[in-house]
Design a binder for this molecule. Structure first.
Ligand code: G6P
Length: 609
């Protein structure tokens, strides 16, 4: 979603801002803009519809340089994508960029209009610009103006602000949307995501909820919501060593699919001993309280939700603990019953998804045993605010469609299942099956990824398709859901997933010779039932595409395709069956010619509700 970059230095900061915006492109946006205070001491603002390259072209036509500036990529919420709605927004000599939503913008707009302010956009953000300008006019002090403004706005925000009369500092604030301050040598930066600044620094201070700050060339001062000066420690960015370019791959998504063996190896590092899992990675408090857990709620969005659904099968089967899984946008508004000793697991690649974070924050007022964040970003809000944490180490994921983040979440969840089983005294043989299976995963993932050439051929069949059905049973039903989500996200083919047993309750009516039906058929206890479901599809002329274990002897009809995966232990089978579905959606998207890494209308990290 929206991205923020800011910088203050002795040198011209326009290239830093532009490179920052390029690095945030993966998050999804529809327009971009920047403002600097130029050599004449005036705000110079440039905005453009579309990609960052359009902004660069505008800057080629009319160059802008300065020692401080702020920049933004906008994903439209209030007001359609248009240059006049692009950030920065300006009120006289004051400019602001904003991520989030100002909920009371309509009322503030009316008040400001009645005081004579003229609005030039349809955004909620413009009220912030005028409020700041109004209070700056009254106080002559940007810090006071910021504080007075923050008192009036409700909602979620990360803000970066500057004024041409105050060229020695940038100001910023956060509530509900992430913001970091980057530390350089005699220069400082701001960003909504540290990835935007890795070209200039790997040292960051993460602002906490309610913080605001003044950032100068030489340092920064940070205050909390009570206006008390606070120290936020500097952390080194963990993933700095990961390559952030595509290398020899055509897209980030393809690169990230093929990074999965390494991502899984990195995630498991230090977590397994020969015959037990090393629960110490959860921290001492969590380790001591694992045995007290009597119930589990898993809450997430999108692909992460699908990982949670798989985990429910594992947890219930291997530990006997009741486990409930729900999308965060529903869970947060339901009168959820929280039985005694419930562990709340919030699951998120980015750790900044608004609905998931809201659930975690609300949990503090309820009687959960504890909250656990499973996340791929160490410095994220989710990780910092949860009681316990379990990190995946997939490295930065740039493609909007999540791949390696999903499989590493599954790995973390299978590890957690094993840890819970261990403290509950399950037989050593059961633990060993999981441990051996986890250890064998990176090699098996590599083996399954060699299916790519066969999937490239298969993808051609989807060139003219508009719909697809995905079927699975048991822990592979959420894998079918994930396969359908991937296909629709990046190829725009309408795809739906069903538990195969539900076929006769409606979706069978859709099946004809134009409908591809993709199923995941591992060699498990539900295989025979699944095969009966597939026969029902074939009898109606549907085109069957089946991913099956090599020992599954499923007769294909003339129109059908069956591709085989190795036979693997049941517990890791969902992870391996995910891979051909990722490859299929990727290659179908190539056939369709869509923007694979940045599909239309979608954002990598959904930081507003
Ligand atoms: C967006 C992304 C998805 C992601 C979902 C949840 O919709 O496009 O890929 O699965 O958000 O994100 P999270 O960071 O919480 O896992």
């Amino acid at each position: 979603m929206c991205g923020i970059v800011g910088a203050i230095a002795q040198r011209n900061i326009t290239p830093i801002l532009l490179e920052g915006l390029r690095r945030l492109e993966y998050r999804g946006y529809d327009s971009a803009g920047l403002a600097v205070i130029n050599a004449d001491g005036k705000v110079q603002r440039t905005r453009a519809m579309g990609k960052v390259i359009e902004l660069e072209k505008a800057l080629d036509r009319q160059p802008a340089s300065g020692h401080l500036g702020i920049a933004h990529t906008r994903w439209a919420t209030h007001g359609r994508p248009a240059e006049r709605n692009a950030h920065p927004h300006q009120s006289g000599g004051l400019v602001v960029v904003h991520n989030g939503i100002i909920e009371n913008h309509a009322e503030l707009r009316r008040q400001l209009q009645s005081r004579g302010f003229t609005f030039t956009s349809d955004t909620d953000t413009e009220v912030v610009a005028h409020l700041l300008a109004q209070y700056y006019g009254e106080t002559d002090d940007l810090l006071s103006a910021l504080r007075l403004t923050l008192n009036e706005i409700h909602g979620a925000y990360a803000l970066a602000v500057m004024h041409q009369e105050q060229p020695q500092a940038l100001y910023c604030a956060r509530m509900g949307s992430p913001l970091v301050i980057g530390e350089g040598s005699e220069e400082h930066y701001l960003a909504s995501d540290p990835l935007a600044l890795l070209q200039v620094t790997d040292r960051f201070r993460y602002l906490a909820e309610g913080d605001h700050a003044r950032v100068t060339r030489d340092g920064c001062e940070i205050w909390n919501a009570q206006n008390e000066i606070v120290e936020r420690p500097i952390s080194r960015y963990e993933h700095a060593a990961h390559s952030l370019d595509k290398g020899d791959y055509r897209h980030f998504m393809q690169k990230e699919i093929f990074e999965q063996p390494q991502a899984i190896t990195d995630t498991l590092a230090g977590m397994l001993a020969d015959d037990h899992v090393l629960t110490a990675v959860l921290g001492p408090e969590a380790e001591n309280r694992l045995a007290d857990i009597g119930n589990i709620h898993i809450v997430a969005c999108g692909t992460s939700y699908h990982a949670g659904l798989v985990a429910r099968y594992w947890i219930e089967e291997q530990t006997g603990l009741p486990c409930q899984v729900e999308v965060a946008s529903e869970y947060r508004y339901r009168q959820v019953v929280v039985p005694a000793n419930t562990l709340l697991i919030t699951l998120s690649q980015s750790g900044e998804t608004a609905d998931t974070l809201a659930v975690l924050r609300h949990a503090k007022t309820r009687n959960y045993l504890a909250t656990l964040a499973i996340c791929n970003v160490a410095g994220s809000s989710l990780v910092r605010e949860a009681d316990w944490r379990l990190l995946t180490h997939a490295g930065p994921e740039i493609g909007v469609a999540s791949t390696k983040a999903f499989t590493t979440q599954l790995v973390a969840l299978l590890w957690l299942t094993t840890a819970l089983a261990q403290v509950r005294g399950v037989p050593a043989a059961t633990l060993k099956t999981n441990l051996d299976a986890l250890r064998s995963l990176p090699g098996l993932v590599e083996q399954v990824l060699t299916m790519e050439p066969a999937i490239i051929d298969l993808a051609q069949r989807f060139a003219n398709k508009h719909h697809a059905l995905f079927l699975g049973r048991g822990a592979h039903y959420p894998i079918a859901m994930e396969g359908a989500l991937k296909l629709k996200e990046i190829s725009y083919i309408h795809a739906e997933a069903y538990a195969a047993g539900e076929l006769k309750h409606g979706p069978l009516a859709l099946v004809d010779e134009d409908m591809p039906v993709i199923s995941v058929a591992p060699s498990d206890s539900l295989l025979e039932k699944l095969i009966s479901n597939l026969e029902e599809v074939r009898a109606r002329g549907g085109q069957l595409v089946t991913f099956a274990c090599e020992t599954v002897d499923h007769q294909s009809g003339e129109q059908d395709v069956t591709l085989h995966l190795p036979n693997v232990p049941d517990c890791i089978s969902p992870i391996l069956f995910t891979l051909p579905l990722q490859l299929l959606s990727y290659h179908v998207a190539l056939v369709k010619g869509t923007d694979v890494d940045k599909p239309r209308n979608l954002a990598k990290s959904v930081t507003v509700e």
